[in-house]
Every structure is written in C-alpha cells, then in structure tokens.
Design a protein around this ligand. Structure first.
Ligand SMILES: [Zn+2]
Length: 62
C-alpha cells in the first residue's frame, strides 16, 4: 500500500535558517472574509516559512 500525501498540508518545509527540511507548526495567523490565513513556522527554530489560505466552510458564509 502506498502512502497518501495530503496535498494541501505540508508536514515539512525547507527552513532557510536550519538549511534543511524541518517539521512545521501550523498556527492561525489571521481571520479574513471567507477563510483564515494559517502560518507555517519551523518547529525547531521558529522561522516563518510561509502561509496558507484556508477557505471557510461552504454554506456557512455570512
Ligand atoms: Zn528552522
């Protein structure tokens, strides 16, 4: 059986400070209309590695 990868979720990202791939910690950064902005930080050094937009639940907008 092959491993399945969650296409929208990164479990590891390249950290420029550590100069290698590190496990990331996803935290809520900002709430925007229609969704949320989550930020990824290096779990080792805390370096900010990127953001991801999370869409709100359909049918629950307003
Ligand atoms: Zn790091």
């Amino acid at each position: 059986m092959q491993k399945q990868f969650d296409q929208l979720r990164a479990s590891e990202l390249f950290c420029p400070r550590c100069r290698t791939s590190r496990p990331v910690r996803e935290t809520l950064l900002l709430v925007v209309p229609g969704g949320e902005i989550h930020s990824y930080r290096c779990n080792i050094c805390g370096e900010h590695l990127g953001t991801r937009e999370v869409k709100g639940r359909p049918g629950n907008i307003g």
